[in-house]
Design a protein around this ligand. Structure first.
Ligand SMILES: NC(=O)c1ccc[n+]([C@@H]2O[C@H](COP(=O)([O-])OP(=O)(O)OC[C@H]3O[C@@H](n4cnc5c(N)ncnc54)[C@H](O)[C@@H]3O)[C@@H](O)[C@H]2O)c1
Ligand SMILES: [Zn+2]
Length: 360
């Protein structure tokens, strides 16, 4: 097992290892003991999951928690982003209330990013905050959403508009669960994995060029989590360096929005990364050799490298994004494979950047 400590305001470990699903109970007990709790202190665990993941892994997680002395109650909501809303969030809160969960109990989020974000937000707000354990089961959740403490639900007006920073007390990652992850969902996560290589780690990018992600899942998760940890520790509340994790996301969000979310997040981010890299090369910010490497790695993963939406539509959509403020947008611009910079660009120049990136 690999243990990656994350030293945010409230510190925690990310444990990564094959078969760890069966160890989540003892690992959580160990964490509570380190916090000064008695080994046999009674504690309830509210296991929150979705209707795809719960039937696959719910019983193993429950068994491990029970073996470690937790009494477990569980709640599974309908799988999918469409459930990440105030209604499901409200149902989770009411479930917690009906089960009389207290602040000394714990929420266990078992699932992808939707489960982690929503159960995390419930943990951040129920009784003004109770501890929560993340057990991410999608590649995206393992390498991205389970680390960093961002929790949220969507509103009809936009994604992730309501949320809180609330760090988990522990993250337990078992790469073996990726075996049941549908290919299309893995592909989405792959875009984020390639993003880490492109924005800050050329050696890792080389490894991705050589070996498929499924064949080196443990290494991929460890590398990405360590990179995200470094960025999050330096900028817990997302006011500076953490913005680099948005490589490909300004244009990616715009593509998602223009497609009315018909194009998934990972595919949109892949296209966004390709477009910003093309523009960075055209404008002289990026080494020319980085572009063919990125395009071929994306294509190898079945990810798109362009979009049919016009520069004007995408610019409009990008400028309505919540991350845009004060007449400028912070573009994350690659300089070479493994390095990028944050570049504030006037809103009026955004369409020009998109056109330089090959968008019509
Ligand atoms: N908090 C953050 O920092 C952060 C960062 C990035 C993304 N996100 C959020 O994450 C969400 C996307 O995450 P996601 O792609 O994991 O979505 P998801 O949770 O909907 O999972 C995708 C699909 O895969 C299924 N699934 C998950 N693990 C599985 C497994 N092991 N076997 C079989 N099926 C499995 C799920 O049931 C679902 O149908 C978005 O809502 C996004 O906003 C949050
Ligand atoms: Zn993303």
């Amino acid at each position: 097992m690999k243990r990656i400590p994350v030293k945010t305001g409230s510190p925690y470990d990310v444990c990564i290892g094959r078969g760890l699903l069966d160890e989540c109970g003892p690992l959580l007990r160990e964490r509570f003991r380190a916090d000064g709790r008695k080994a046999d202190a009674p504690c309830r665990a509210a296991l929150i999951s979705d209707t795809n993941v719960f039937p696959l892994y719910g019983a193993r997680v429950r068994a491990s928690l029970e073996k470690a002395g937790f009494s477990v109650v569980s709640y599974a909501f309908e799988a999918g982003e469409a459930s990440k809303n105030l209604k499901t969030y409200g149902s989770i809160l009411r479930f917690l209330a009906a089960e009389h969960l207290s602040r000394s109990d714990v929420i266990v989020a078992l699932g992808g990013g939707v489960t982690g974000d929503m159960a995390g937000f419930a943990a951040a707000t129920f009784l003004r905050g109770i501890p929560f354990l993340q057990i991410p089961t999608s590649l995206l959740a393992m390498v991205d959403s389970s680390v960093g403490g961002k929790t949220a639900v969507d509103l009809p007006e936009g994604k992730n508009l309501v949320g809180a920073f609330h760090q988990p007390c522990l993250v337990v990652c078992d790469p073996d669960v990726l075996k049941t992850l549908p290919e299309a969902v893995l592909k989405d996560g792959s875009a984020e994995v390639i993003k880490y290589g492109m924005l800050g780690n050329e050696t890792f990018f080389d490894e991705l060029e050589r070996t498929p992600i499924r064949e080196q899942a443990e290494n991929v998760i460890e590398t990405c989590v360590a990179m995200k940890r470094d960025v999050v520790e330096a900028d817990e509340f997302d006011t500076g360096e953490r913005r680099k994790l948005n490589l490909g996301h300004s244009f990616g969000h715009a593509i998602e929005k223009c497609s009315e979310f018909g194009i998934s997040h990972g595919l949109a981010v892949a296209a966004g990364m390709a477009i910003i890299t093309k523009a960075a090369v055209a404008k002289g910010f990026c080494e020319a050799g980085a572009l063919p490497r990125l395009l071929s790695l994306l294509e190898k993963h079945g990810l798109p490298t362009d979009t049919d939406f016009s520069a004007a539509r995408l610019a409009e959509a990008a400028l309505s994004d919540k991350k845009f403020s004060g007449g400028r947008i912070h573009l994350i611009v690659p300089e070479k494979v493994g390095r990028c910079r944050i570049l504030p660009v006037p809103a009026s120049e955004l369409a020009d950047w998109l056109k330089a990136g090959g968008v019509l």
